[in-house]
Design a protein around this ligand. Structure first.
Ligand code: FAD
Ligand code: GLY
Length: 374
């Protein structure tokens, strides 16, 4: 008997949502299973920066993937608005990667050279010029790389936008449904077992973020992944303190709609603990005050934490399980899962349909250093 679903997606974060949306656009019958509420984990905690150039310094497979994904946002914003009514708040006012020492200045100028060689726009501007453009910035800033194309979105809205657009195209979504193990027949995936019943499909995609390894151990595969906690806070002002995103080593400030300013983020490896700590937020506040001194007068809004999915070589896993045909994996997006979400959906759909991908995915293969348990 044919399965009810062309594909089952495990995980209702931004990557599960993007894959669901991409498959639905291809006319597939898709079921998405989320163990908690949709978009309640890392994707809800993210700052939404599309920092292909600010966060990735070197040319290589991840940089190529990130640039391609960043270019997909303008069209995606329109599609999601039309299908779901959700405005993902795409802003293209550029990003300032600021230097606070001569050493950083020297390092950033080298990065400009590398990025220009790859055809990207990146410009060094002096401290005076940065403050002319962004008058709230402090005298401690010696200069900045101005990156015109690194924009930002609302990560929670993009996550929900993907999921609601996918639902509008017919994707079935079940919350509070945890996938516990897989149903495998003769080396091929046949479905999933959950806390509320079994579901059949010859294609299953695991997009469970930092929790992917837990479920994948049921499929005899051990990925080299680990969780990395990040804490953030936000404040409110009547007049925006900054217009562009300010990115520095250890602290970034992202201006959001309605006078909100998001400040992130701490980096604490090897924990699933999502507690917001005085130490974490305190250290971020100190860094933020050095960059924008007048932040001390802003109204406190809130603080939160999320768990990033990281891998041992800092590259995501995007591909098919080496032994179980039909089981696909999309995880390990670490600090760039929002940026990489559109391309992740498209690439996984390409692989499922046996098509060639616009970018060579060899570097992201599942078996690059996987230990199969059996
Ligand atoms: P998640 O959002 O964690 O979603 C995975 C989902 O799978 C969860 O909802 C989980 O409940 C579900 N799940 C897991 N196991 C199961 C199971 N067995 N059954 C059913 N459901 C399951 N990235 C950027 O690009 N730009 C940024 O500015 C940025 N800022 C960040 C700031 C912070 C503080 C943090 C923490 C992250 C940031 N990131 C940013 C990274 C980004 O948030 C992540 O890379 C991305 O959200 C990962 O998305 P995901 O869908 O893979 O995982
Ligand atoms: N990309 C920003 C972060 O992960 O904190």
């Amino acid at each position: 008997m044919p399965s009810m679903y062309d594909a089952i997606i495990v995980g209702g974060g931004i990557n599960g949502g993007s894959i669901a949306y991409s498959l639905a656009k291809r006319g597939k019958k898709v079921l998405l299973l989320e163990k908690d509420r949709l978009g309640s984990k890392s994707s809800n905690a993210a700052a939404g920066m599309l920092a292909a150039q600010a966060e990735l310094n070197e040319d290589g497979p991840l940089f190529q993937l990130a640039k391609k994904s960043r270019a997909m946002f303008p069209l995606l914003a329109e599609e999601i608005k039309e299908l779901s009514g959700i405005d993902i708040e795409l802003v293209n006012k550029g990003m300032y990667k600021i230097a606070l020492s001569e050493e950083e200045e020297h390092q950033y100028k080298q990065i400009i050279d590398i990025q220009r060689q790859t055809g990207e726009l990146a410009e060094w501007i002096t401290g005076e010029e940065v403050r002319r453009r962004e008058p709230s910035l402090s005298e401690a800033i010696t200069g900045a790389v101005y990156i015109e194309k690194d924009g930002q979105v609302s990560a929670p809205k993009l996550t929900l936008g993907f999921l609601k657009a996918a639902a509008a195209l017919g994707v079935e979504i079940k919350e509070y449904t945890e996938v516990l193990s897989f149903h495998v027949e003769k080396g091929k995936i046949a479905g999933v077992k959950t806390n509320s019943g079994n579901f059949e499909s010859e294609t299953v995609i695991v997009a469970g973020g930092a929790w992917s390894q837990k479920i994948l151990s049921e499929a005899d595969v051990k990925l080299k992944t680990y969780p990395v906690k990040g804490e953030c806070f936000s404040v409110l002002t009547h007049q925006p303190l900054i217009n562009g995103t300010i990115f520095s080593h250890g602290c970034y400030l992202v201006p959001k709609k309605g006078g909100r300013l998001l400040v992130g983020a701490t980096v604490k490896p090897n924990t699933f603990d999502q507690t917001v700590t005085v130490d974490g937020i305190g250290s971020l506040m100190e860094k933020a005050k050095k960059i924008v001194p007048s932040i001390v007068n802003a109204e406190w809004e809130k603080a939160w934490a999320g768990i990033r999915p990281q891998t041992s070589d800092s590259l995501p896993y995007l591909g098919e399980h080496p032994n179980y045909k039909g089981l696909f994996i999309a995880t390990g997006h670490f600090r760039n899962g929002i940026l990489l979400s559109p391309i992740t959906g498209e690439m996984i759909s390409n692989l499922i349909d046996g098509e060639s991908t616009p970018i060579d995915l060899t570097a992201f293969r599942i078996d690059r250093h996987v230990r199969t348990i059996v």
